[in-house]
Design a protein. Structure first.
Lengths: 114, 115
């Protein structure tokens, strides 16, 4: 049982390049989330998904797109990377959106945009 | 709008002393409150939660938190701190939005336990 895994762990991009971050969970969780963590800002929700085939915007969605084609995977895409997107990205999942949904987090992806 | 405030960026405590990490919230309706811990270069780990019932909630690693509705607070506590408790602590509140439940996190408090 691997929990929540993220690929890659580190990445350096040049401004304007694109990339996709992959999140996978093996706990059969319905809800999945993408956050970014910046110093002094805590975690901010980018996008989330309440089930396969559904996605919704979070607090800071601009510049990002997501897809949830399979229940176990949640992809985060950057179409044209900007230096402001330099951050640590965390994926999380939870069993459902009701009261017992503590989240399980992946180890993070450290992204640097030059 | 829902919000969570952690008024202290850093808390320093000596090993063996009690510790408190503060959290206040603002949410319409009943709050669902959580504490998470993050060790360096790791993802967040769940510590405890308040959903309903007893205002004192016990969690992992000897931590507990007290829900105070009148003060809209959910402070994290531990009777005797360990050096290994040094980490970043996040308070979070879950709120309902169009049938979904969206988490909002505080900015985090760095706990430093001195030997």
């Amino acid at each position: 049982n691997a929990g929540v895994t993220q690929t890659p762990k580190f990445r350096v991009l040049k401004t304007g390049q694109s990339m996709t971050l992959l999140c996978a969970q093996d706990m059969n969780h319905e809800y999945m989330y993408w956050y970014r963590q910046d110093p002094g800002m805590g975690l901010r929700l980018i996008h989330y998904s309440v089930g396969e085939g559904t996605t919704a915007k979070g607090e800071v969605p601009d510049g990002y797109n997501v897809s949830r084609l399979k229940k176990q995977n949640f992809l985060l895409g950057l179409e044209s990377a900007a230096p402001s997107q330099t951050s640590v990205y965390f994926c999380a999942s939870s069993f459902s959106g009701t009261f017992f949904n503590e989240q399980f987090f992946g180890p993070g992806t450290r992204l640097t945009v030059l | 709008a829902q919000s969570v405030a952690q008024p202290e960026d850093q808390v320093n405590v000596a090993e063996g002393n009690p510790l408190t990490v503060k959290c206040t919230y603002s949410v319409s309706g009943n709050p669902y409150l959580f504490w998470y811990v993050q060790y360096p270069n790791r993802g967040l780990q769940f510590l405890l939660k308040y959903i309903t019932g007893d205002n004192l909630v016990k969690g992992s690693y000897g931590f507990e938190a007290e829900f105070n509705k009148s003060q809209t607070s959910f402070h994290l506590k531990k009777p005797s701190a360990l050096v290994s408790d040094s980490a970043l602590y996040f308070c979070a509140v879950i709120h309902a939005s169009g049938g979904s439940y969206i988490p909002t996190f505080g900015r985090g408090t760095s706990l430093i336990v001195h030997p």
